[in-house]
Design a protein around this ligand. Structure first.
Ligand SMILES: Nc1ncnc2c1ncn2[C@@H]1O[C@H](COP(=O)(O)OP(=O)(O)O)[C@@H](O)[C@H]1O
Ligand SMILES: [Mg+2]
Length: 273
């Protein structure tokens, strides 16, 4: 479990550029859940996850991961973080060596490393034939998969993804999370998904934390959030298009996915005829 208690954070304290990015943030992440963090640009999402991963030093409040303090170096092995546009950090000559880079630094055996590379490639839906290919010959969506595979190969217990579908074309977007979450969740990994894509949140998150100007506006189920118009508008977020469509058709029920909407609309039609 991850327990975040009363965390505040200010950049460049004591300078004219001082900026408070987080104010009194508290929440827990349960084992095996997908917790989304949503909010407008600048609301503090990236700062928060970097503090949880131990990459920004905590200055106020406490964070514990499995009873370890976030300052404890042991948490480095527990947490895997995929930054925004992670493909910009690919640098090895082949897909295989890029994915193997982290596990090598863990001092694992060659066999273990190659088993992990293969498993991670499967998890992100990359064909094994791509192992010897240069990442720079791949499409943007595939490069992103390579970068994510490099983190999965570390087998983190907690996986943090910062806007993993940002900037991908719709098709690449559609499949990326479905595949990764399908594969990764089976292994019991706990996921923190930073996103302002409400469709992704509706489909994959158990709960969502909404941030606005460094404060928590809402914690709860995506379904509850999409019914709270005032919170969405204060946070600068919109419900998924399909949820909005049913609403503008003056249908009371809430649909988060196309499948749900179809069922609701078909049942209305039946009632009418
Ligand atoms: N390295 C930094 N130095 C100073 N201010 C920063 C830095 N990184 C982020 N900020 C500021 O902190 C606030 C939160 O930023 P960030 O955590 O990146 O938000 P988000 O990921 O939600 O877009 C913003 O006002 C941003 O300008
Ligand atoms: Mg960010």
């Amino acid at each position: 479990m991850i327990a975040v208690k009363d965390v505040s954070y200010t950049y460049m304290t004591g300078t004219p550029f001082e900026k408070t990015a987080l104010k009194n943030i508290s929440f827990d992440v349960a084992e095996g859940e997908v917790l989304a963090i949503a909010g407008h640009t600048g609301s503090g999402k990236s700062t928060l996850i970097q503090i949880i991963a131990g990459l920004i030093k905590l200055t106020s409040g406490t964070i514990e991961l499995d009873d370890l303090d976030v300052a404890d170096k042991k948490i480095r092995r527990l947490v895997g973080i995929v930054f925004q546009y992670p493909e910009h950090q690919l640098f090895e000559e082949t897909v295989e060596s890029d994915i193997a880079f982290g596990p090598k630094n863990f001092g694992l055996s060659d066999e273990e490393i190659s088993a992990r590379v293969e498993e991670a490639m499967r998890q992100v839906g990359l064909s094994a034939e791509l192992k010897k290919v240069s990442p720079f010959e791949l499409s943007g969506g595939q490069r992103r998969r390579v970068a994510i595979a490099g983190i999965l190969a570390l087998k983190p217990k907690y996986l943090i993804l910062d806007e993993p579908t940002a900037g991908l074309d719709p098709l690449a977007k559609e499949n990326l999370l479905k595949e990764i979450f399908g594969a990764v969740k089976k292994s019991g990994v706990t996921i923190i998904l930073v996103s302002h894509n409400m469709e992704d949140i509706a489909r994959f998150a158990n709960r969502v934390v909404v941030l606005a100007q460094g404060e928590i506006l809402f914690i709860g189920k995506p379904r509850e959030l999409f019914a709270r118009k005032e919170i969405l508008s204060r946070a600068g977020l919109e419900p998924p298009p399909i949820t909005q469509l049913l609403h503008s058709l003056k249908i009371d029920e809430q649909a988060l996915t196309l499948d749900e909407a179809e069922k609701i609309i078909l049942s209305k039609e039946r009632n009418l005829s």
